[in-house]
Design a protein around this ligand. Structure first.
Ligand code: GLN
Length: 455
């Protein structure tokens, strides 16, 4: 049914870069047979899933939305992909994304933009717009995304889906093509909180192949979601509205739906207070130095020798000429912009002024989180300042594009988990609005139980 749905709508939505029809059918049939033979299978066995193209898959091309990796089929599966297969989910294909996950609209994909299923003239958010659009357009019930500065939560919000950025280190990054290694986290996109929790249970946990993977034993997130849905009470929970992540610059319909949702929290028995995190004001500035710095280093491996594309300059040339011609042809404008920014910020003489300062701001943001979390259990804000904007609207204005990440970036800089849930449509444009909750590191279960209560 999902393959039929993809065949019917994906020409318009363009959520997928690759659809693995035959493999998906074969996997599904094999699982059906085992089930018919009486084998006891896991809770998500047979459930189709879409996979963001930033994740390495041994049987499908993995391009990260870039021309430099066009047609590249990795020699191994990302750990999360391996875990999906072990749990008998059915990979449907690979989803579109901004090139190397740099962007907030999926317009920076080298393979053309994804369209928002709610209004095809609009962007689905980014960088994981393909995963969110696939879920919202009923092309897949579940998807995997990656969130470095909001790329799971913001597209979820803009498409009326649920999206979770786990605690940093909670889900393996092995085989996730790196954008900024100290910020990247893989996580679920779904239509309900319980679905996201079930998927998180499958993909989470320690991985010796990821040096920043936590060794914690995690509780069942599905159990947390189920208990939230049953209890329907937030008594005893203290929730802080983040003063810095609302107000001026937020679309009126976003603010209205956000305030209504906050009223529901109070009705459900939560103690809701306002908290202030003054250094969040500098989060975007710090992020857009730290991210390009790490990205420029991570992208150095695309050197025309080891991966994907190789362009030979006319008339031949040195190894460096080949490398330079390949990177010139293989990388898009946004990627080049960030490589230039990153190498500049890291260069001798500028390191302290830019990268060093940004790291100090990151510490201040982490301290802000620690301070407010000593008083409240969970933080709340809108997931994004606006609803889905029109294709092309912010494409020529990188700064306007970056500002859309205002609400999601702080969680990545501090490594804390965040969830975005749909809270209705903005009255002025009829487009989905998301609410974001953030919890202290390792308290992902709290978000699932709270999310399921509100749902
Ligand atoms: N929009 C952010 C950026 O462009 C988020 C990226 C991400 O989370 N992958 O960097």
């Amino acid at each position: 049914a999902h393959l039929n749905r993809i065949a019917a709508v994906d020409r318009d939505v363009h959520a997928f870069l690759h659809v693995a029809s035959e493999a998906a059918r074969a996997t599904a049939e094999a699982i059906d047979k085992r089930r018919a033979a009486g084998e006891r299978l896991g809770p998500l066995a047979g459930v189709p899933i879409a996979i963001k193209d930033v994740l390495c898959t041994i049987d499908m091309p993995s391009t990260a939305g870039s021309k430099i990796l066009q047609g590249w089929v990795p020699p191994y599966d990302a750990t999360v992909v391996r875990k999906l297969r072990d749990a008998d989910l059915v990979p449907l294909g690979k989803t579109n994304m901004d090139e190397f996950a740099m962007g907030s609209s999926t317009e920076h994909s080298a393979y053309g933009p994804t369209h928002n299923p709610w209004d095809l003239e609009r962007i689905p958010g980014g960088s994981g717009g393909g995963s969110a659009a696939a879920v919202a357009a009923f092309e897949a019930p579940l998807a995997l995304g990656s969130d470095t500065g909001g790329s799971i939560r913001q597209p979820a919000a803009l498409t009326g889906s649920v999206g979770v950025k786990p605690t940093y280190g909670g889900v393996s990054r092995y085989g996730a093509i790196a954008l900024a290694s100290s910020l990247d986290q893989v996580g679920p996109v779904s239509r309900t909180v319980l679905d996201a929790a079930l998927l998180h249970d499958v993909i989470g946990g320690h991985d010796p192949r990821d040096s920043t993977s936590l060794t914690d034993t995690w509780p069942s997130f599905a159990a947390a979601a189920r208990s939230g849905a049953e209890n329907r009470s937030l008594k005893g929970l203290k929730i802080g509205i983040v003063k810095e992540l609302q107000g001026d610059g937020f679309q009126s319909g976003v603010t209205r739906r956000f305030e209504e949702a906050v009223a529901l929290l109070t009705e459900a028995g939560a103690d809701v207070v306002e908290v202030s995190t003054p250094s969040f004001e500098y989060a975007i500035s710090a992020y857009y130095l730290i991210l390009p710095a790490e990205a420029s280093s991570n992208l150095a491996k695309f050197d025309s020798v080891r991966f994907g594309l190789r362009v030979n300059p006319v008339g031949g040339g040195t190894v460096e000429d080949v490398m330079s011609a390949t990177r010139e042809a293989g990388f898009g404008d946004e990627v080049k912009r960030r490589i230039i920014l990153g190498t500049y910020a890291l260069s001798a003489g500028y390191y302290d002024a830019y990268y060093g300062s940004a790291q100090k701001v990151r510490t201040l943001i982490q301290r802000d989180f620690a301070r407010v979390f000593s008083d409240v259990d969970v933080l709340v804000s809108p997931s994004a300042p606006t609803t889905a904007f029109k294709l092309g609207e912010k494409l020529e204005d990188p700064l306007a594009m970056y500002l859309n990440d205002l609400t999601t970036i702080p969680a990545n800089l501090a490594g804390v988990p965040g969830i975005s849930l749909p809270v209705g449509l903005a009255p002025e444009d009829g487009l989905p609005v998301g609410i974001q909750f953030m919890a202290p590191a390792r308290q992902d279960a709290r978000l699932y139980s709270l999310g399921a209560t509100l749902e």
